[in-house]
Design a protein around this ligand. Structure first.
Ligand code: ZN
Length: 140
């Protein structure tokens, strides 16, 4: 069974809004939540500064990463993934994303062309999560 993602609609809207707001650059941030086997539950997002001057990749500010980890731990959660946008491309991992990924079982949300897709990085590649109209479910 492919990995599944639980993302409250409000957080989905916030990521898509951040993608619009960052144009022409990529937005980026971290995903706070809990992982239960192949189910990734997203509880909060932590927008981060994108240190990359390049319009086709992103680099999360380490200070923002540290702050997000601290906040997640304080809520009894962990950082289970990251999100970023593709201002000029589809919501699919780019060559730069494959090159920059490294942590196994890390969830990646990618926004592009008005869509938001989810992938899990594992064994050197990106695994597509259950997507489509029904992949976003509220944890309420
Ligand atoms: Zn990317």
């Amino acid at each position: 069974m492919p990995p599944r993602v639980e993302l409250p609609p409000g957080l989905r809207a916030a990521i898509l809004a951040a993608a619009d707001g960052a144009l022409p650059l990529e937005c980026c941030g971290l995903l706070e939540g809990a992982r239960d086997g192949e189910l990734f539950r997203i509880k909060a997002i932590h927008p981060a500064r994108n240190l990359s001057p390049d319009q086709s990749c992103f680099e999360i500010d380490p200070a923002d990463h540290f702050a997000a980890q601290k906040a997640a731990r304080a809520s009894g959660h962990a950082i289970i993934g990251c999100y970023h946008s593709h201002p000029h491309g589809a919501a699919q991992p780019s060559a730069a994303d494959v090159a920059g990924a490294g942590q196994d079982d890390f969830l990646w949300l990618i926004a592009g062309e008005g869509r938001l897709n989810a992938f899990v990085y594992r064994d050197g590649g990106f695994l597509g999560c259950v997507t489509g109209a029904d992949w976003v479910t509220s944890s309420e």
